[in-house]
Ligand binder design. Structure first.
Ligand code: UT7
Length: 334
């Protein structure tokens, strides 16, 4: 007779225990960007809501920034690094194909017993990671999971690209997910439309660059209008599905933390979702720019710092971007 496999005891829920973030020191104004791309402070503010953003230092790496954010999150949760069972790191700008950034960050954190995995879902990567962390904790696979979103987009966007130079920036955010006696992270609604994979892509593959190198090594390029239309048309539906999946309505929310892609996209989603007045909306893009995978945890941390939000209050998170991938869920605030 075949032996029956044993599974760990499941848990009724998981929750975000703490948030930590890291913003590079250098503040970069629109004026500093605009000259090279025949743009202006006024145009950038009007079309994106961005007033300034942060750029990492030349020698500051994705792993350095991820570590700084994860250390703060662990300290906030009161969880020892050795107790972490998994480090999930979402990024598209770690400059090594292998090994993963998560492995380096886990080692530098002292998370000696943790699994380590990078997530390549671009601006949706953090919310994908949160969905995975919830499953890992609820199934009893690990007790504590660190989820990080981090980008150094300045390494992979050309400052001469009129369609992208003004929007992207650098930073890191992290959370610790741990057990809860009730669901503190709602069901994740995720998906991807690979038929639009060229809407945000690289200028060349590494193989093309090897065989016919362009002047610039492969950097990110975006069909801004196409992505804008998709985000405004589709992502509020994804948000509604996440609310329904969690069994709540927008009246139950205290906060809305969308990926900080463009202030006009956030405004359009707020209108489409008919969010009640009392829901506080994250508008971190004004001073942080679009930090892809890092934007949701950075915005969440800033909102918790600045607004008087109740612990346990419900927030709707949504990430969307290259792929075109998306993920949304409702969470209890730490
Ligand atoms: O994070 C991942 C997901 N990414 C996103 O969600 C980004 C989505 N897309 C966007 O946020 C917007 O498409 C952008 C902010 C990237 C661009 O804004 P837009 O309103 O879509 O600009 P556009 O490309 O439609 O261009 C409008 C006008 C054009 O001039 P005319 O033809 O109306 O005279 C452009 O030539 O603005 C001009 N323009 C610029 N002017 C100054 C385009 N880029 C610039 C620029 N500076 N950088």
């Amino acid at each position: 007779m075949t032996a029956t496999l044993r599974l760990p005891a499941t848990r009724p829920g998981s929750r975000i225990m703490s948030v930590g973030s890291y913003r590079p020191a250098r503040v970069v104004t629109n004026d500093e960007i605009a000259g090279r791309i025949d743009s202006s402070d006024e145009w950038i503010r009007e079309r994106t809501g961005i007033v300034e953003r942060r750029f990492a230092a030349y020698d500051e790496s994705v792993c350095d920034m991820a570590l700084a954010a994860a250390e703060k999150a662990l300290a906030g949760a009161g969880v020892a690094p050795e107790a972490v069972g998994m480090v999930l790191l979402a990024s598209v700008t770690h400059p090594y194909q292998t090994p993963s950034a998560a492995a380096e960050v886990a080692d530098r954190l002292g998370a000696s017993k943790a699994g380590a995995l990078d997530i390549g879902a671009a601006c949706a990567g953090f919310c994908y990671g949160l969905g995975l962390a919830d499953t890992i904790v609820r199934t009893g696979t690990s007790e504590y999971v660190v989820v990080i979103g981090v980008e150094k987009l300045t390494d992979f966007v050309s400052l001469d690209d009129r369609g992208a130079a003004f929007i992207f920036a650098d930073g890191a955010g992290a959370v610790v997910v741990g057990p809860s006696d009730h669901p503190g992270i709602g069901p994740v609604v995720w998906g991807a439309d690979g038929s639009q994979k060229d809407a945000i892509t690289m200028t060349q593959s590494w193989i093309e660059y090897r065989d016919e190198p362009a002047e610039q090594y492969p950097v990110l390029t975006m069909q801004g209008q196409q992505v804008f239309r998709w985000a405004v048309g589709e992502i509020s539906k994804v948000c509604t599905e996440a609310l329904e999946a969690a069994g709540i309505t927008s009246d139950d929310l205290v906060a809305f933390v969308p990926h900080q892609a463009n202030m006009r996209i956030t405004d359009a989603m707020v209108r489409a979702l008919k969010l009640p007045e009392h829901v506080v909306v994250a508008r971190d893009i004004a001073t942080t720019g679009n930090t892809s995978a890092a934007s949701v945890p950075l915005a969440l941390d800033a909102l918790i710092e600045s607004a008087d939000l109740p612990s346990g209050g419900l927030a709707l998170l949504v990430g969307f971007g290259a792929g075109l991938a998306y993920a949304a869920q409702v969470v209890e605030l730490p």
